[in-house]
Structure formats: C-alpha cells, structure tokens
Design a protein around this ligand. Structure first.
Ligand SMILES: [Cu+2]
Length: 143
C-alpha cells in the first residue's frame, strides 16, 4: 500500500518535472567576457531534469565532467572535441565541467542542480590547475 503510493508520487514528480524542463545553452569559446578559453555562461543554476547543451561555437573544445566533482550517483560524461553535447542531470548537487585541452588554462564551469545545491566540504582540494581553481572559486561563490 505504502509502496504503491510512493511509486505514484514518483511518477507524478517525473511527469511534472519534464513538463517544465528547460534547456540551457553554454558556449565553448576561445574568448569571452571572462577571458580566454571559457564556457559562457560559466555558472548556471538549473532544476533536476533540465538540459544543458554545450555548443561548439569555437573549435578545439570539449565538455566533460571532472572526476569526483559531480554528485554521488550522477552519471559522468565525456563529449568529443568540436561536438555538441546535451546532458540532463537528475541528481541534485554541484557539477564541475571542463574542457580537457584547456583545463590548465582554466576552462571550467559549474552547474548547480537544484536550489539547495552546495559544494561538499573540501571540494576545491582536488588536484586542480591553478587557473581552474581560481575560476571555480568565483563560480562557487554564486551558490
Ligand atoms: Cu577548450
């Protein structure tokens, strides 16, 4: 009985989620408002089930999740160079995305999924290039 009610609630939640789901576009750029080799925007706040579309506006970039910098249970992803990638994060939390060729130059961005998203303790103590860490500090200050 109890299980049946919660299953029905879960389905209702998924349906209402998809009805309102939005798509956010992030461009991969050689130069943007925040400097060279950037994702723009570099911080977005979305709801679970929204889609983020990475656009290969400039050449030689990719979008991939940074190991151990996505929520537990979330699906890692790796986009190919010059390829448009869509992700639809369902697990609430903070996701860090990098461009692999330009990670050392600080080409990173942050996706906060859910209104309560917070970076876990020690989040920036992972091995990060200095420029990436600097930009991430700014991005995480939006939380
Ligand atoms: Cu890049």
């Amino acid at each position: 009985m109890f299980a049946r009610i919660s299953a029905a609630l879960a389905i209702a939640t998924v349906l209402s989620g998809s009805a309102w789901a939005e798509t956010f576009e992030v461009q991969m750029l050689n130069r943007g408002e925040e400097g060279t080799m950037v994702f723009e925007p570099s911080f977005i706040q979305i709801a679970p089930g929204d889609t983020v579309k990475f656009i290969a506006t400039d050449k030689s970039h990719n979008a991939q999740s940074v190991d151990e910098m996505i929520p537990e249970g979330a699906e890692p992803f790796v986009g190919k160079i010059n390829q448009e990638v869509d992700i639809t994060p369902e697990v609430p939390g903070v996701y860090v995305v990098k461009c692999n060729p330009h990670f050392a130059m600080g080409m990173v961005m942050t996706i906060a999924v859910g209104e309560e998203a917070q970076a876990p303790e020690g989040f920036l103590e992972h091995r990060l290039p200095r420029n990436a860490k600097k930009r991430l500090e700014e991005q995480l200050s939006n939380l």
